[in-house]
Design a protein around this ligand. Structure first.
Ligand SMILES: NC(=O)c1ccc[n+]([C@@H]2O[C@H](COP(=O)([O-])OP(=O)(O)OC[C@H]3O[C@@H](n4cnc5c(N)ncnc54)[C@H](O)[C@@H]3O)[C@@H](O)[C@H]2O)c1
Length: 341
């Protein structure tokens, strides 16, 4: 009988892509456990309502009593739920520490207390490693790089990451950690750079570029990330961590120029803004462990085609974008799952 996967944060950017990926490519049933914070958008999964393999549970990971029953029916967990926006964490870290550390601990604890808990995958980030210099470009994060997080967001993710490790070491729980670079693709909340810039450019507004735009990120298509998470679920070593990246390093200025080009705008649309506080200079991932041990390879991340397809998605899906920007998306739950729906 196909298994049941509990995915936390399934109404977010990566979670919604992951749920669709699993339902299309695999046999399992999926329980989507999400608190529907501002970043949770059930419109991204509107087409899955009524799918017998999909179920939504509205709950906060910090309130285990509210999801004990759902947890009891799950065979494994893919834990993505998090506060995820670095700028918000700089403005106010408290929700980040609460959800990403305390929430992860409560979820891990509820999971370990259940009968025969299966695998628990903690979806971490490359930001736990801190930052790299621009040169030499051969220098990349490996799984042995000491964790050295710089932003409140990265610290909170490191707390969750280390808790997943500790629950394996201390209680023997079958936890595995993934540390992925920046994702791009459809259904990303338009506070993040690619959808923010594309939406602004479509609407003829300037794009706010931090500082000189020198900061480098390693971009991976979200579906390549989803495939890697599933490879780790299926074949990862218990208690291990796996880096995930696409060898696709771009400076923010280079990314901005590509987006201007794809949206038919010129450099007069760049509005320089003061740099982010403590802005990490460069992230670069050595993903040889997951490639060599689990046979995973990115197949959807090659630029410029993958970026062009993503920009095209935001151009074609104006209703989805408009609903996020107007706040209309927040009514979807009440209208479709509320009393009388
Ligand atoms: N986006 C990236 O580039 C990237 C890269 C590497 C790792 N990650 C990690 O992947 C995960 C998903 O990232 P994303 O970009 O999809 O984030 P997102 O902000 O788009 O989605 C987060 C989801 O978690 C839910 N959530 C937040 N707090 C919750 C709580 N207390 N209980 C239950 N649900 C809650 C939100 O409602 C939302 O649906 C995060 O853990 C993030 O750290 C993201």
């Amino acid at each position: 009988m196909p298994q049941t996967i509990l995915i936390t944060g399934g109404a977010g950017f990566i979670g919604s892509n992951l749920i669709r990926y699993i339902l299309e490519e695999r046999d399992e049933r999926v329980i989507n456990l999400d608190a529907l914070t501002y970043a949770g958008n059930l419109e991204s999964l509107a087409d899955l309502r009524g799918n017998p393999r999909y179920e939504f549970v509205h709950a906060d990971i910090c309130e285990p009593d509210k999801y004990a029953e759902a947890l009891g029916r799950a065979d494994c967990v893919l834990h993505l739920a998090a506060e995820s926006h670095v700028d918000r964490s700089i403005h106010d870290p408290s929700a980040f520490l609460h959800t990403n550390i305390v929430g992860t601990q409560l979820l891990l604890d509820a999971w370990r207390r259940k009968e025969n808990p299966g695998r628990f995958v903690y979806v971490s980030t490359d930001e736990v490693y801190g930052t790299l210099p621009l040169e030499p470009t051969s220098l990349k994060f490996t799984e042995q790089t000491p964790l050295s997080p710089n932003s409140p967001y990265a610290v909170s993710k490191t707390g969750g990451d280390m808790l997943a490790r500790a629950y394996h070491h201390t209680y023997g729980l079958d936890t595995v950690i993934t540390r992925c670079s920046n994702n791009f693709g459809p259904y990303q909340f338009p506070e993040k750079v690619i959808p923010l810039f594309v939406n602004n450019l479509i609407e003829g507004k300037p794009v706010p570029l931090y500082g000189e735009g020198k900061n480098v990120r390693d971009w991976l298509h979200v579906l390549d990330h989803c495939e890697a998470i599933c490879a780790v679920l299926d074949k990862g070593g218990t208690g291990e961590a796996y880096n995930i990246g696409g060898d696709n390093e771009r400076s923010n200025l280079e990314l901005t120029r590509m987006l201007l080009d794809l949206c038919g705008r010129d450099e007069s649309f760049i509005k320089r803004v003061p740099d982010r506080l403590g802005h990490d200079l460069r992230y670069a991932i050595d993903a040889s462990k997951i490639r060599d041990e689990l046979g995973w390879r990115p197949t959807r991340s090659a630029w410029p085609d993958a970026l062009e397809a993503t920009v095209e998605w935001y151009k074609q899906n104006r209703t989805w974008c408009d609903h996020v920007r107007s706040g209309e998306y927040r009514r979807f739950y009440e209208q479709n799952y509320g009393p009388g729906a």
